[in-house]
Design a protein around this ligand. Structure first.
Ligand SMILES: [Fe+2]
Length: 279
């Protein structure tokens, strides 16, 4: 069994989790499941809906509706990723047994650090990103605890603090919690609060739940492996923003979403009751 993280990477993870981002290192470079050929074969096995394609030459801020549709098939896109100026994500690759085992192996050493802080690691998912040279992944946030492991090529992730209402207005958090799109509105005034983290093969980054980020790929094809999980904290945060969406629609006072939403038992109960009443 390959250990994804060294003791020093685990120490860096421990110092940052769950609320701060952290540059880490990993040991999965060269793993046979993470080559272009292995990924192309996986894409053929996965249901079509698990493969998301995005053209790479995009502005930092773009809506889901404005994102152009693909011109090539999934396999063609992967095999020509060096030239076609795109980025793709293979979602929920853990549903494939070999990749499920790889995810479990990678997450296992983190469990002893994660569980005392944020409860059981739930809803474990893995994603593979394949990116053409020069592609940009626009400004967005994700709902999970995430470690992005750089496998091949280089990229720079610019990461911003989570929980900043200037970057992610409460209305956006509420829409996101109800299933809204991950992309965020970009404003040049945000640039000063971003931290650039270069990622070369063997590097990784811990991205906190809903920490906004964008990614600029380097001049080579990039492969990144993302390992994610949810926690009681991340689920509670989503519930409270969903609750606020319902309260806002009814013109009622909103609840404060604290840094430890899992402890806001009364508000979470309120959400469940209100959701039940709403049917
Ligand atoms: Fe992301």
């Amino acid at each position: 069994m390959i250990s994804a993280f060294s003791d020093s990477a685990l120490a860096a993870f421990r110092a940052a989790y769950p609320d701060a981002h952290a540059p880490l290192t990993h040991q999965l470079v060269g793993h046979p499941l993470l080559t272009v050929d292995a990924i192309a074969a996986l894409a053929e096995r996965l249901p079509e809906s698990f493969v998301e394609y995005n053209p790479g030459k995009l502005p930092l801020g773009i809506t889901a509706e404005d994102t152009p549709r693909p011109a090539l098939s999934i396999t063609e896109t992967i095999r020509t990723i060096g030239e076609n100026g795109s980025w793709m994500v293979l979602k929920n690759v853990e549903r494939d047994p070999a990749y499920g085992a790889l995810l479990d192996e990678a997450l296992e050493p983190l469990r002893a650090i994660v569980e005392p802080l944020t409860g059981p690691m739930e809803h474990r998912e893995a994603f593979i990103f394949l990116t053409s040279p020069g592609s940009v992944t626009p400004f967005h946030m994700d709902p999970e605890h995430n470690i992005l492991l750089q496998i091949q090529g280089g990229k720079v992730m610019t990461v911003f603090p989570s929980g900043d209402d200037a970057l992610v207005p409460p209305e956006k958090s509420e829409a996101f919690a109800m299933g809204g799109h991950r992309n965020l509105v970009w404003d040049e005034t945000f640039a000063a609060s971003g931290i650039e983290v270069p990622l070369e093969p063997g590097d990784a980054i811990l991205v906190p739940v809903k920490a906004p980020h964008f990614v600029r790929n380097g001049n080579r094809v990039s492969i990144s492996f993302s390992i994610t999980w949810r926690s009681e904290r991340s689920v509670a945060e989503g519930e409270l923003h969903s609750f606020n969406r319902l309260l806002r629609e009814k013109g009622l006072p909103l609840v404060n979403v604290s840094g430890t939403p899992e402890k806001q038992k009364v508000a979470r109960l309120g959400y469940r009751v209100m959701r039940k009443i709403a049917g």
